[in-house]
Design a protein around this ligand. Sequence first.
Ligand SMILES: [Zn+2]
Length: 341
Amino acid sequence: MLLVGSDHFIDHQTPDGHPEQPARARVMAEVSRRWSDAGGALTAPRPATLDELVRVHTPEYVDQIADTAGQRFRLDADTYTSADSYDVALHAAGAAITAVEHTLTEAMPAIAFVRPPGHHAEPDRAMGFCLFNNVAVAAASARAAGVNRVAILDYDVHHGNGTQWMFYDDPAVLYVSLHQYPFYPGTGAVTDVGRGDGIGFTLNVPLEAGASDADYDRAMREVVGPVVTAFAPELILLSAGYDAHAQDPLGGMQVSTEGFAAMTAHVQRLAETCCQGRLAAVTEGGYDLTALDACLESTLTQLGDGPPASGAAVIGDTNRVNSVIPAVRQALAPYWSGIFR
Ligand SMILES: [Zn+2]
């Protein structure tokens, strides 16, 4: 189990009052320090190279972000750069690659604590606090290293539009998202299932606001787990956003810290079943600093302890997922007939 982290992530500055604030990286640094003090393995990231970035971003877009170095820019309604943002963003993408390299080599889990987040960044534009799509860069890096099938699970409260579009026509990368819907950024309907050769390799679970631990757990068991298992990934990546937490100021969900741990355990069991435990997590959102601290800590503990042999279903009403599960099954049935009839 390896943690990839750095105090450098504090150096990406956003305007006062912005939820994606440097204090998030201070929380990451504090949790990293506790992990390291307790004997956990911690390594610093390297910057991603231009060759690694252009596997998912256009060269023109990478140049655009490079040109922000040393200055403050507003790139979209809520995405900003400061003097060091380009270099910080290179290290965020590089951290995700380092985590992937570790899990491929060691068959042990790894997690990268990074900001800015990445899953809204599209091939040619910054969006939703994101500059480079860290998890997508890492997935492409694994593919370039010879990994045949990569599954990306995204439990951030927002749909990862950037990740979806980057692999929308690629059958080698399964993208799975559980998210609040309708909500920012607007994508991620059940009918977004991929295109061309990639049709059937995008799985969206749009959940109404207020979804609980039990709703997420049921979605994991009844649709996410079966599809991921049938896909048989050689590597699983986790876009670990914690903004579905009940305390989060942006998200409208009711997930607890324990609920996130249960989802992480579920993902870890899938990695054990499918790919000898090859699981790399990369942080995304999570804007309540207390909840972020607790969730990062519990994710580290969960990944470090290894997956429980089997998990009991989370007890609670699942009204917010009842109608979604049949809709997902119907949308995916043409492509996964062995599991959804
Ligand atoms: Zn988010």
